[in-house]
Write a protein that binds this ligand. Structure first.
Ligand code: DGL
Length: 234
């Protein structure tokens, strides 16, 4: 039976997997947590192409015909490359929830993401496409944050969030886009500093899109039990 492949540089992708499990209760999943190569967000494109190709080889070897890239970094830097290289596989990406921020009509939005996502052409395109509806947007490359979450280093997490807060505390921030799938794991910490600020992530949209594409490509099995097989590289 065809399972849904899901991957990330570790525990970040679990925040997407939860939405996928809810949206597709009769499908099974293989979750590939590539903690060994964390952080993706501080690697070159060539390194990421190699790393993600290896994962796709593994998942397609296990029969996955649809792969959810539960990682903003791998999506913004590699999805076009992977779609070209593996035309037979359906790829679903995870992107910073800039569109959700537009729909909410916020005044001052912070986009927190890895350095690689912040520098990506794809994020620029997303922002340009939605420029008319966006007010002030601040892009913040969060060096070390995904890794501190992966390693459960709460002291380092707090230092990084506090530093960001000190920089933007006068900016009347009313929304924060969590542009890395690791960041929803520390929503409470972010809200401790940025009180009454909407925290936005793309997990629900990814699950909706996955279901839609599975229906379109005839990949729904309706025979699974919502099972998750975990593969960990470290
Ligand atoms: N969780 C990933 C993301 O959404 C990547 C974190 C990392 O490995 O740097 O960007």
């Amino acid at each position: 039976m065809c399972k849904i492949g899901v991957f990330d540089s570790g525990i970040g992708g679990l925040t997407v997997l939860e939405h996928l499990k809810k949206a597709l209760p009769k499908e099974d999943f293989i979750f590939y947590a590539d903690s060994l190569n964390n952080p993706y967000g501080e690697k070159t494109d060539e390194e990421l192409f190699d790393i993600t190709s290896n994962i796709v080889d593994y998942l397609s070897g296990r029969g996955c015909k649809i792969i959810v890239i539960a990682c903003n970094t791998a999506t913004t830097r590699c999805i076009s490359y992977l779609r070209n290289k593996y035309p037979e596989i359906v790829f679903i990406g995870t992107e910073p929830a800039v569109k959700v921020a537009c729909d909410g009509n916020y005044h001052n939005t912070l986009v927190l993401a890895t350095p690689a996502t912040i520098q990506s052409e794809r994020l620029q395109i997303l922002i340009n496409d939605n420029k008319k509806k966006l007010n002030n947007v601040y892009l913040v490359p969060c060096f070390g944050l995904a890794n501190a979450i992966e390693l459960e280093d709460t002291k380092r997490q707090e230092e990084i969030i506090n530093n960001i807060y000190q920089l933007y505390k006068e900016a009347e921030i009313d929304a924060i886009v969590l542009g890395c799938t690791h960041y929803p794991h520390i929503k409470d910490l972010i809200s401790k500093y940025f009180k009454n600020v909407a925290l936005l992530d793309g997990g629900e949209g990814v699950a909706r899109e996955t279901k839609k594409q599975m229906e379109k490509h005839g990949l729904i099995t309706n025979k699974g039990t919502n099972d998750v097989e975990m593969i960990k590289t470290k």
